[in-house]
Design a protein around this ligand. Structure first.
Ligand SMILES: Cc1cc2nc3c(=O)[nH]c(=O)nc-3n(C[C@H](O)[C@H](O)[C@H](O)COP(=O)(O)OP(=O)(O)OC[C@H]3O[C@@H](n4cnc5c(N)ncnc54)[C@H](O)[C@@H]3O)c2cc1C
Length: 339
């Protein structure tokens, strides 16, 4: 059964905790709900639409003059398995970390490095979430959804999803026009864990070795120590993407900034750590009005309480300008601004 609420406050539905509202909030549990709601309230079709999962990657600049659509499709089911792997279809409204815990609990490999990333399953292919050397595309088999323009259900196999760094077809071409309803993931019954990223290796040694359960626990431990909890201090995780530069520019930067983390990519390109650049430029812990750069993780901008989206955006733009002037590097936003 769908739920429609007019004049809806979004304060508890965006992880920055911004005090904004929308004309309508519509939550649906299946495609029939959508069709039913449109039949009963045809004027809703005229409203601008924003699909929201957990709201953990959004920066609202003002009230949203339109309808928030919350796809609350629930449940998991195994669609295929053999001796090596298992394929699981997961509803878009399932909490992502709950699913990761389910995988690790069943001894299935593949999702463990993505533990504790906030948000729902529906956003996972849109964002191609990633952490500790793993991106979601590695375990996504297909994405099911509903195309509002064509008014039909569609299914995209992995190769058609055009995954890239924190992006996909659903973000580049179909943003707010294609609603993910479920995602099919492939997990492995035996596997090798990925441990060579950040502090993971060292934490795993302290925990007694790289078992599947230890990887999840280590990732959770590191994240809890480094990242502010959005329930306590408003934030959306990494505000910027790690920039990808030429190997020559990366070498120059590494010489100027000893200790700069660099990650070689295909095509003579190198990904460099945006947080390190922001820290080196002196922004860590800096406050501007009610917005600030987190004091333990320079890549995270926080709402100190009562900040507006404009204040946070202003701070981010000052950082982008400074990093360009100091290091010649363009920082791209990872967080999506909603106007
Ligand atoms: C503390 C913290 C740490 C984080 N760490 C990481 C990290 O390590 N790695 C990482 O990749 N991200 C990280 N993030 C960002 C965020 O958790 C991810 O982007 C997550 O996938 C967002 O999920 P969500 O449900 O909250 O999506 P939302 O913020 O609600 O939406 C994000 C985008 O997806 C679209 N969308 C959502 N659901 C659907 C759907 N069903 N169909 C179609 N479109 C949809 C929205 O329209 C929007 O464009 C972090 C955020 C926080 C607050």
């Amino acid at each position: 059964m769908y739920k429609l609420i007019p004049n809806f406050s979004l304060k508890y539905n965006n992880s920055f905790g911004l005090d904004v509202a929308a004309n309508y909030w519509l939550s649906i549990g299946d495609q029939e709900d959508w069709i039913l709601a449109m039949e009963q309230y045809p004027h809703l079709a005229e409203e601008k639409k924003l699909i929201v999962g957990g709201g953990s990657n959004l920066l609202f600049l003002a009230d949203f003059d339109g309808m928030i659509l919350s796809p609350d499709f629930s449940g998991y089911s195994i669609t295929y398995q053999d001796g090596d792997s298992v394929e699981v279809e997961v509803g878009a409204g399932v909490d992502w970390d709950e699913f990761v815990a389910h995988c690790v609990g069943n001894g299935w490999y593949g999702a463990e490095n993505l533990s504790l990333i906030p948000g729902k399953v529906g956003a996972v292919p849109v964002q191609n979430i990633g952490a500790y050397g793993v991106e979601a595309e590695k375990i996504i088999v297909r994405v099911n959804g509903y195309n509002f323009g064509k008014q039909t259900a569609e299914c995209y196999e992995h190769d058609a999803c055009r995954f890239s760094y924190r992006s996909s077809l659903f973000k580049e071409q179909w943003l707010n026009q294609f609603m993910v309803t479920s995602v099919v993931f492939r997990l492995w019954k035996q596997g090798e864990v990925v441990t060579g990223y950040g502090d993971l290796d060292r934490t795993l040694r302290d925990m007694g070795g790289p078992t599947l359960a230890n990887v999840r626990n280590a990732v959770i431990q590191i994240r809890e120590a480094k990242l502010p909890n959005p329930k306590k201090i408003g934030n959306a995780g990494s505000f910027f993407k790690n920039p990808v530069v030429s190997a020559e520019q990366a070498a120059e930067l590494a010489e100027r900034l000893p200790g700069l983390p660099v990650y070689p990519q295909a095509g003579n390109l190198v990904k460099v750590a945006a947080g390190f650049l922001i820290d080196q430029a002196g922004w860590k812990g800096k406050k501007v009005g009610r917005a600030a750069v987190h004091d333990r993780q320079a890549l995270v901008l926080v709402n100190l309480g009562g900040a507006t989206g404009e204040e946070i955006l202003g701070l981010s733009q000052a950082i982008q300008q400074d990093i360009l002037e100091k290091f010649g590097v363009v920082l791209e936003r990872e967080v999506q601004v909603v106007c």
